[in-house]
Each structure stands twice: as C-alpha cells, then as structure tokens.
Design a protein around this ligand. Structure first.
Ligand SMILES: NC(=O)c1ccc[n+]([C@@H]2O[C@H](COP(=O)([O-])OP(=O)(O)OC[C@H]3O[C@@H](n4cnc5c(N)ncnc54)[C@H](OP(=O)(O)O)[C@@H]3O)[C@@H](O)[C@H]2O)c1
Length: 296
C-alpha cells in the first residue's frame, strides 16, 4: 500500500535519469502531481513519457533548466510561481561528479554549483510556495561521501587545487550543513527539511569517471529504483511527518558504521553540527547567488 499523495505538487530536480527519475515515478505511483526539472529536453521528455506510461498519470509536468546556471534557476522558479500557487515537496537531487575543475557561466566551480548552490538557490526561490503548501517537505539528496570533506572557506571551489572526490564530498557536506541551518530557520513554518544518502547506486553519475569506478558501480551497486526508496519515504511517509533537520541513510550502510540510529535516521559527523560554520556557509551562499532567506 502506498502513502496517498494525491493533490500534492512535488518538484524533483535531476528527474531525467537515475535516482531522480525513480523518485518521480515513486511519487507519481502515490498519486502526486510531479514537476520534473531536467536539463536536457530529450532525456526529460523520454523520462516523463516513461513515468506516464507506467502510472497512467495525467499530472506530470516537465520544466527545463540547467541548474549550473543561476539565470536558469531564476527562470524556472519564476515559471513555477506563475503556474503553481502551492508546492508540497521539493526534492533537490540533481548532481554531478566532475573529473576536472570546470567553471559555470557564473564563474563557479561546477560541482559546488550544481550539487550545493543550486539546492540553496532553488529552495530559497520556492520557499514561499512551499510555505503556502504547508505542511510541506524539502528533501536534499546528499551522500555519505560527505564524511571525508573538510570545510575550508578559502577553498570551497577547489581554488587551492582541485580533486574530483574532494569537490564531490565537500558539496555533499555543504548539503547537510544547509539542511541543518535551513531546518533551524524553518522552525514553526510547517515546512520540514531533511537530508538523505540514497546509498551506492548504479547510475550515469559515474559514467565519465575512472573506468574502474564506473565498472564497480555498474556491477556491484543497487539499481536507482532502490536508491529512490529512502528519498520517496522522506517525501511522502506519514511516519516522518514534522521531522526536520535530520539526516537519513540506507540501512545497508548503517551496518558498516558506528552511528547512533533510529531506523534509517542517523547522527552525522561533528563537523556537520558546527552551527557557526553553517551560518558562515549560508552567508557565502547568499553572496554567491544574490538570494537570501528571511531570517526568522
Ligand atoms: N549514484 C550513487 O551512488 C549516489 C550515491 C550517493 C548520492 N548520490 C546522489 O544522488 C543524486 C542523483 O544521482 P544519480 O546517481 O541518480 O546520478 P545520474 O543518473 O547521473 O542523475 C543525475 C541527474 O542530475 C541531472 N543534472 C546533472 N547536472 C545538471 C544540471 N547542470 N542541471 C540540471 N540537471 C542536472 C542529470 O541530468 P542529465 O540527464 O541531463 O544528465 C540527471 O538527471 C546526486 O545528487 C548524487 O550526488 C548518488
């Protein structure tokens, strides 16, 4: 039996493939109206048609935006505001792994821009729609890879030397700090925010990586439909109603870690609970994006 999500408007970024497509499908199967944000028109359309075919849903919308572009994030947020009066779920999921240091059109390192700043910016721009739809939920797809990251404010974008895994881990640490800070700022609004690691998943994320890593993920990791389970649970289950500012991880990973858990909810490393660092990251993000949240 699925949780009933009918009449809920759910935005999913990076919905054209992998985990994001499966999150969209999972929420559509629960009756939700799905708003897919994709960067590629062809892949986006094919994913939408696949979900329509599998669910018979008439409530799937496709919006195009390259989330590495601040201009395009603003444009898609404005388009959503024109069409929708309320939103009930925002799943920030789009992500990249970049072998080389590439700058976006705004001059920002690509991994930091797509995996973190786009989450920050889109959430901010849609927050009033989410408040209007409260109780509503934000789910930030992070990764347990965050554990190897160190937050250095003079090296947020690999300015002092770029490494793929370091950049990826840092972006995912930033997602968790953002989740915790946003949770504090949204207290009492009826909008919750949680962060999740979907577990190791065979997807296109690793396609341009080292062939060995790509082979490892393709061969040994679970499929995206399994990776979508926990994000869909956080976006839809009554069991987590009202729960905010938390991190969730798939159970198979929990077995390998010494973490305090309640189900799949677990504590994160001490660095993620540094409220001063989270506040500073927030300020830097406001400067880099030109958007800000109302302080409570
Ligand atoms: N796979 C894993 O093992 C794993 C583990 C932990 C966390 N995660 C996280 O899970 C999330 C989804 O990853 P995945 O494994 O499903 O990878 P994926 O199959 O490569 O999906 C990534 C999605 O993000 C979209 N995207 C990338 N750059 C974008 C941009 N500039 N603008 C808009 N959309 C963009 C992609 O669009 P296109 O179709 O146009 O490329 C695609 O839809 C990511 O945040 C990732 O960090 C994955």
């Amino acid at each position: 039996m699925h949780d009933d999500m009918s009449a809920k408007h759910c935005v999913v970024t990076g919905a054209s493939s992998g985990i994001g497509k499966e999150i969209s499908l999972g929420l559509a199967q629960r009756g939700a109206s799905i708003i897919m944000i994709c960067r590629d028109a062809d892949r986006g359309r094919k994913a939408m048609e696949e979900i329509q075919r599998k669910t018979d849903s008439k409530s799937i919308d496709l919006f195009l935006a390259d989330l590495s572009s601040q201009h395009q994030i603003r444009r898609v947020a404005a388009a959503l505001k024109l069409k929708y009066e309320q939103l009930h779920v925002l799943v920030n999921n789009a992500g990249v792994v970049m072998d080389k240091r590439v700058l976006t059109e705004d001059g920002i390192e690509m991994t930091f821009a797509v995996n973190y700043l786009a989450y920050f910016m889109l959430t901010n721009l849609l927050i009033n729609l989410l408040k209007a739809g409260a109780p509503s939920r934000i789910v930030n797809v992070s990764s347990m890879a965050y554990r190897s990251a160190r937050l250095e404010f003079d090296n947020l974008q690999g300015e002092k030397g770029y490494k793929r895994d370091t950049a990826y881990a840092l972006s995912k640490l930033a997602d968790i700090l953002f989740t915790y800070e946003l949770g504090r700022r949204l207290e009492g609004t009826g909008v919750t925010v949680n962060s999740v690691c979907p577990g190791g998943v065979s997807s296109r994320l690793w396609e341009n990586s080292n062939p060995l890593i790509n082979y490892f993920f393709k061969t040994f990791m679970k499929g995206p439909e399994e990776g979508a389970r926990l994000p869909v649970y956080l976006a839809s289950s009554p069991e987590v109603e009202g729960l905010s500012g938390r991190y969730f991880q798939t159970r198979e990973h929990l077995q390998f870690q010494h973490v305090k858990t309640r189900g799949a909810m677990c504590k994160t490393s001490p660095a993620t609970y540094d409220a001063e660092a989270a506040r500073q990251l927030w300020e830097v993000s406001e400067k880099l994006t030109g958007v800000s949240f109302p302080v409570k």
